[in-house]
Design a protein around this ligand. Structure first.
Ligand code: SF4
Length: 458
C-alpha cells in the first residue's frame, strides 16, 4: 500500500518509483502476435521472455506464445549466434510458423548481436525452410518503453514484408496503434460498415480474444496474413492512429512504397472518431456514412447531454501510454471535465506539446509530464486532490489509499475483465467510457455521501 507517500515533492532525476511504463520487447511481442501464423522470438535470456509472456497473459487472460534464445553465461560472453541459429531450427521443426519475428532484449543489445547477419547465415545454411520468413526489430529496453517496441516491430514488419506490384488496389491500410483486440475488431466493423476494404496491421483480434470451442490451434485464425501484409504497398493510403504507435508504421510505408500516410490520434471520443469516419468517407464507394454509425454517434451525444451535470469541472488525473492519454484527455474535455494531472512513463516531446495545445486554453494550471511515475502523480494528488483517476491497473494503489474512483484504461489491466471484449475506440468505445466514468462517480457517491444525499435515482 502507498500510505507512506508524502506530499512534499523532492526533485528526482535518476530514480523512478512505480514507473508508468514497461519494457520494449513486450510491445514488440504484442505486435508480432498480430501477424497470422507468427512466432514471436525473444533474443535474450529466458527470464525476459517469461516476464513478457506472463505480463501479456495477465492482461489478455489468454496463453501467449513466444520462444527464446535462452542465453546463458556462454552467449552473454561470446554472443547469441549459436543460440539463435539453434532456436530457428527448433522453431521451424516443432512449431512450423510462417513467420518468426525476432526482437532483441537488453542483454543481446549490450552484446551487440547483429541479427540480420545471423539470420542471413541461417538462411544460407538451410535452417529457414523455403517460403518461411524471419524478420527482426531492435528493442533495447534501456531506450524507450513498450510503446517504442510496438512501433519498432510494426515498422520492421513493413520494411521486411510489404511489397509494391505497381497496381493500386482498392483497399486502405490501417495501423491501429497499441490498442486492444476489441479495438482492432471495432476498426474492422467500422470499415466494413463503410464498405472500405482494409488491411489492419497488426490485428490481434481472433488471436488474443479467442473463444473456447474445444479445439486447439497452435496459431489461431486471427492476425494479418502474409499476403495481406505484402499487399500493403499497393494500397490507396495508410491511416495511422497514434503519434507514438501508429504513425511510425504509416510513415515507413510512405517512405518505402509511396503509399500516402494520413495521421490521426487514437479515435477515442466524439471528435477523434469523427475524424476517422470523415476519412473513411473519402474511400467509401458512395461517400456516405452508414446509418448505424450515425445512430451510434447520436447515442453518444445524448448520453453526454443527459449526464453532463455530473462531469462539469470534475478534476481528473490521467496516466498511461502517450497515445491513449492524449485521446482520453480530448474526450474528458468533450465531457466538460478538467484533466489537471496528465502523465506518461514514456519519453516523447510530442506528448507535452500536444497536451499543452489541448489544455492551456481551458486548464492552464494543468500539470503535464512525460517520463513521469505514479509516485509523483500521487504526490500531486496529495497536494490537491482529484475527483477521478483514469489509468491502467497500477492506478489502483493511489485510488485505494486516497479513496478516489478509478477508471481503468490502457495497458496493462491485470485485475479486471472487459477490456478484451469491449472497444475503447469509436462511438461504441465512447459509450463504454461514459458508462465506466459515470458509474465510477456514482459508486463513490453512494459509498461516501451523507444519508440525506443517498439517492435511488441519479
Ligand atoms: S532485461 Fe531488459 S528486456 Fe529483459 S525484462 Fe529487463 S528491461 Fe525487459
Amino acid at each position: 500500500m502507498l500510505n507512506g507517500t508524502t506530499a512534499e515533492i523532492v526533485e528526482r532525476k535518476a530514480l523512478r518509483i512505480n514507473a508508468a511504463k514497461t519494457c520494449q520487447p513486450i510491445g514488440a511481442m504484442y505486435a508480432s502476435l498480430g501477424i497470422h501464423s507468427c512466432m514471436p522470438h525473444s533474443h535474450g535470456s529466458q527470464g525476459c521472455c517469461s516476464y513478457h509472456r506472463s505480463h501479456l497473459t495477465r492482461h489478455f487472460k489468454e496463453p501467449v506464445i513466444a520462444t527464446t534464445s535462452s542465453f546463458t553465461e556462454g552467449a552473454s560472453v561470446f554472443g547469441g549466434l549459436a543460440n539463435l541459429t539453434q532456436a530457428l531450427k527448433n522453431i521451424f521443426t516443432i512449431y512450423n510458423p510462417d513467420v518468426v519475428a525476432v526482437h532483441t532484449t537488453c542483454l543481446s543489445e549490450v552484446i551487440g548481436d547483429d541479427i540480420p547477419t545471423i539470420v542471413k547465415r541461417a538462411i544460407e545454411e538451410g535452417v529457414v525452410p523455403p517460403g518461411k520468413v524471419v524478420i527482426h526489430a531492435n528493442t533495447p529496453s534501456f531506450v524507450g518503453s513498450h510503446i517504442v517496441g510496438f512501433a519498432n516491430m510494426v515498422s520492421a514488419i513493413i520494411r521486411y514484408l510489404s511489397e509494391k506490384s505497381g497496381e493500386v488496389k482498392n483497399q486502405i491500410n490501417i495501423i491501429p496503434g497499441f490498442v486492444e483486440p476489441a479495438d482492432m475488431r471495432e476498426f474492422r466493423r467500422l470499415t466494413t460498415l463503410m464498405k472500405v476494404p482494409a488491411v489492419i496491421l497488426p490485428d490481434t483480434s481472433g488471436v488474443l480474444d479467442g473463444g473456447l470451442d474445444g479445439s486447439y490451434e497452435m496459431f489461431p485464425r486471427g492476425g494479418t496474413t502474409l499476403p495481406e501484409i505484402r499487399s500493403t504497398g499497393d494500397s490507396m493510403a495508410t491511416l495511422g492512429f497514434g503519434h507514438f504507435t501508429g504513425h511510425p508504421g504509416a510513415l515507413t510505408l510512405e517512405t518505402k512504397h509511396n503509399v500516402p500516410a494520413q495521421l490521426f490520434e487514437l479515435p477515442i471520443g466524439v471528435s477523434a472518431t469523427d475524424e476517422l469516419i470523415q476519412s473513411l468517407r473519402a474511400f467509401a464507394p458512395d461517400g456516405a456514412v452508414h446509418p448505424a454509425i450515425e445512430e451510434e454517434r447520436a447515442r453518444v451525444i445524448d448520453a453526454i447531454s443527459d449526464m453532463q451535470q455530473y462531469y462539469h469541472n470534475k478534476r481528473v488525473a490521467v496516466a498511461g501510454d502517450p497515445d491513449h492519454v492524449i485521446s482520453i484527455v480530448r474526450f474528458l474535455l468533450e465531457l466538460g471535465m478538467k484533466p489537471v494531472y496528465v502523465i506518461t512513463g514514456s519519453l516523447g516531446n510530442h506528448f507535452e506539446k500536444r497536451l499543452h495545445e489541448l489544455l492551456d486554453p481551458v486548464v492552464p494550471d494543468a500539470k503535464i509530464k512525460q517520463q513521469a511515475d505514479f509516485f509523483e502523480l500521487h504526490q500531486w494528488i496529495k497536494n490537491a486532490p482529484v475527483d477521478l483517476i483514469v489509468a491502467n491497473t497500477y492506478g489502483k494503489y493511489i485510488a485505494r489509499v486516497e479513496d478516489i474512483p478509478l477508471v481503468r484504461v490502457g495497458f496493462p489491466i491485470l485485475d479486471r475483465v472487459g477490456h478484451r471484449f469491449y472497444p475503447t475506440v469509436g462511438y461504441m468505445g465512447a459509450l463504454r467510457l461514459i458508462d465506466q466514468i459515470t458509474n465510477a462517480l456514482f459508486d463513490k457517491k453512494d459509498r461516501d455521501c451523507a444519508e440525506e444525499w443517498f439517492e435511488l435515482v441519479q
